[in-house]
Design a protein around this ligand. Structure first.
Ligand code: GMT
Length: 378
């Protein structure tokens, strides 16, 4: 098939997932055209057989007080679909991608052209609920020929939030188990001189929903009991507050802020535990990547996290904000190596059984077949 993929190209789970999906589909022989305002990070600025990138040009004009991305994206979608002969446009994150895709579909005079939308999380649970977006969100989802959600939780949330009568296929996120696997961690340990210390890791975009300060408070509890270090990967609006909290707690020598990183396998492989105490999380892709590298996950109980993390098997689940309990769970695993390594192996097994690239990309191909063979939604 010839497939257009639109996503946020920056450092976020939906962009990562969309890019990895495109790369995997290209390897299977599909022709993939990424359409976005910047090259998706995980394309690594490179080129590959069957992968093309089309940048959305944004005209500026003094009358436009705000950038007009939605129509500019729709125009680029029409151009690529027409001249490259796309069969399908797969958009990730509903706002505004599903809206641009609907506009594009209306302009493309091809009865066989279809649009499918993957819902990732805050497009439904946060931004989508804004009164200024809600009607257009509902409309755009309903007018998509196919819709997928990355967890059962997100499907239910979409159906109830928007009161829509639409079939939504649950296709969970996936991980490349070849790339994300436990590797020798000595390089990370040497670099940071961590030979005898336990390592806790958190990866996120440092937005408030991630509750990175709970990660630091949980680590503080652990640090009082044993030599340990916390590695924080990523960047975002909450980082300064987190750095302030680290100073307040006197943890400057034990917390390392690495900022955005593209290569995570070595860092994750060095970790003894991964923390994800989010306020909202429709799936938790970085927790899956940790599991694939054989790292037990301690998470909150929100959203799709219980579909990923199995309590007392691949990690532990606690209520949002309950740092005392998360700290207790962390200490329990860090002082019981047999249990910790059993959880680590179970995490990898779960990733292999339910969330492998091969399995999930095949599910997307089946979804595409279904959408292509169903009547077009006008
Ligand atoms: O909503 C966000 O935080 C951004 C979004 C993204 O673009 O990374 O994350 C969502 O999509 C990811 C990929 O499907 C999921 O793993 C995250 O759980 C989800 N984030 C939230 O629900 C908060």
């Amino acid at each position: 098939m010839k497939i257009g993929i639109t996503c946020y190209p920056t450092y976020g789970g939906s962009g990562v997932l969309a890019t990895e999906l495109g790369k995997a589909l290209a390897k299977r022989g599909h022709q993939i055209h990424f359409i976005s305002y910047a090259m998706p990070l995980r394309l690594n600025g490179g080129y590959d057989n069957n992968i093309f990138y089309h940048e959305v040009e944004m005209a500026s004009y003094p009358v436009f007080e705000f950038p007009l991305y939605t129509p500019a994206l729709a125009s680029k979608m029409v151009e690529v679909a027409t001249f490259e002969g796309l069969d399908l446009l797969h958009v990730h994150y509903a706002i505004p991608h599903a809206t641009s895709a609907y506009l594009a579909k209306k302009m493309i005079p091809n009865d066989n052209f279809r649009v499918t939308t993957t819902l990732h999380g805050t497009d439904i649970t946060l931004v989508g609920l804004e009164p200024s977006f809600l009607p257009v969100m509902k409309f755009s989802i309903e007018k998509s020929d196919g819709v997928t959600a990355v967890s059962r939780y997100l499907r239910e949330k979409t159906l109830t939030n928007y009161n829509i009568n639409k079939e939504i296929d649950v296709i969970p996120n996936f991980v490349d188990l070849e790339e994300y696997r436990h590797v020798d961690d000595s390089c990370v340990r040497q670099k940071f001189q961590l030979q005898d210390r336990r390592i806790l890791v958190h990866v996120s975009n440092f937005r408030q929903v991630k509750r990175v300060q709970d990660v630091i408070r949980t680590f503080d509890i652990v640090r009082k009991k044993m030599p340990a270090v916390l590695i924080l990967v990523g960047d975002g609006p909450d980082r300064s507050n987190c750095e302030m909290l680290v100073r307040e707690l006197g943890l400057q020598n034990d917390v390392k802020f690495l900022g955005k990183q593209l290569e995570l396998t070595e860092i994750l492989s060095a970790a003894d535990l991964f923390l994800m105490p989010s306020q909202q999380e429709s799936f938790g892709l970085s927790a899956l990547e940790a599991m694939a590298c054989e790292v037990p996950v301690i998470s909150s109980s929100v959203g799709g996290l219980p579909e990923l993390v199995v309590h007392n098997q691949t990690g532990y689940i606690a209520e949002i904000g309950d740092v005392e309990r998360m700290g207790k769970y962390a200490i329990e695993l860090l002082t019981n190596e047999q249990k910790r390594s059993m959880f680590a192996k179970e995490g990898r097994k779960r990733a292999e059984e339910l969330f492998s690239l091969e399995k999930i990309v095949t599910e997307y191909e089946r979804h595409y077949d279904k959408v292509m063979n169903a009547p077009k939604v006008e």
